[in-house]
Ligand binder design. Structure first.
Ligand SMILES: Nc1ncnc2c1ncn2[C@@H]1O[C@H](COP(=O)(O)OP(=O)(O)O)[C@@H](O)[C@H]1O
Ligand SMILES: [Mg+2]
Length: 261
């Protein structure tokens, strides 16, 4: 087996007296779409933030393509191929949808994102930005202002911004939050398509139906700890997952009508 793309080994993150992530280890292989689930406060967001360097680990080691990330800044980790799409979408509202993605594409080149807009030779960035808007199915909104667009479009813009940085590993934190069921299904399908085109993804999601439909592997956290890691249907029938995650009730999770192949 080839070396994993990402290796998380014994990672612990504490905030004062709270152990948000408690000795968690897992690997992610190239091409995977790993679902990360667990109750509120389980430590999922903190785990992703530890990977991108937004929070510091108290112990453990995180490795991307064999290279330790722990001593690197957030910027350096982005340049190594990580992209984090946050739960709260925060586009620049004064500039167009397209320019928001141009900025993100320019980030790979300049340490000063606003400099990317002043730079006259943005031909490559604009081309990338157009391609990424198409990839997330919002090419028709390129010249509009984010200020007037609905959340469903802004979520796709956020994803296009992450993709424009040409990541090796995309980390998505509850991208479906706030969307209705049709929008959720459509965005989950877009995420699965992006994964099938070759991008490795870790997806945190509360929407169990959609995460079961698109993930091939599920990792479950509870109270900072990893409590299960494996094939979704096996994980969901694990008694410890039912107890911790579903309050002891049998998992009332419908088998998706059309599981993606
Ligand atoms: N910046 C922070 N400062 C202090 N405590 C935090 C911080 N971020 C998260 N926590 C705490 O860490 C625990 C895990 O939170 P989080 O990673 O956000 O969980 P999840 O994303 O699974 O809901 C919670 O108890 C939360 O209150
Ligand atoms: Mg969270």
């Amino acid at each position: 087996m080839t070396r994993p793309l990402l290796e998380v080994a014994g990672v612990t993150v504490r905030f004062g007296g709270v152990t948000a992530v408690d000795d968690v280890s897992f690997d992610v292989h190239e091409g995977e779409l790993l679902g990360l689930i667990g109750p509120n406060g389980a430590g999922k967001t903190t785990m992703l933030r530890a990977i991108t360097g937004v929070v510091r680990t108290d112990s453990g080691k995180i490795t991307l393509r064999g290279e330790p990330l722990d001593a690197l800044s957030i910027d350096a980790r982005i340049r190594k191929g990580l992209a984090l799409s946050q739960q709260i979408v925060k586009p620049f509202r004064e500039i167009s949808v397209l320019d928001n993605v141009v900025l993100a594409a320019g980030f790979a080149k300049t340490r000063f994102p606003m400099g990317a807009l002043l730079n006259l030779s943005q031909v490559a960035e604009r081309k990338t930005a157009h391609a990424m808007l198409s990839r997330v199915d919002i090419a028709g909104y390129a010249e509009q202002s984010p200020a007037i667009l609905p959340l469903g479009i802004l979520k796709r813009l956020e994803m296009a911004r992450a993709l424009a940085q040409n990541p090796r590993l995309l980390l998505l934190d509850e991208p479906l939050a706030g969307l209705n069921s049709n929008e959720s299904e459509a965005l989950a399908t877009t995420i699965a398509d992006i994964n099938r085109q070759g991008l490795t993804i870790i997806l945190i999601e509360h929407n169990l139906g959609e995460i079961l439909r698109v993930s091939r592997r599920l990792l479950v956290m509870d109270n900072g700890r990893k409590i299960a890691d494996g094939v979704p249907m096996t994980v969901m029938s694990d008694p410890s997952v039912r107890t911790a995650y579903l309050g002891g009730e049998p998992a009332h999770v419908e088998t998706p009508s059309h599981v993606l192949d």
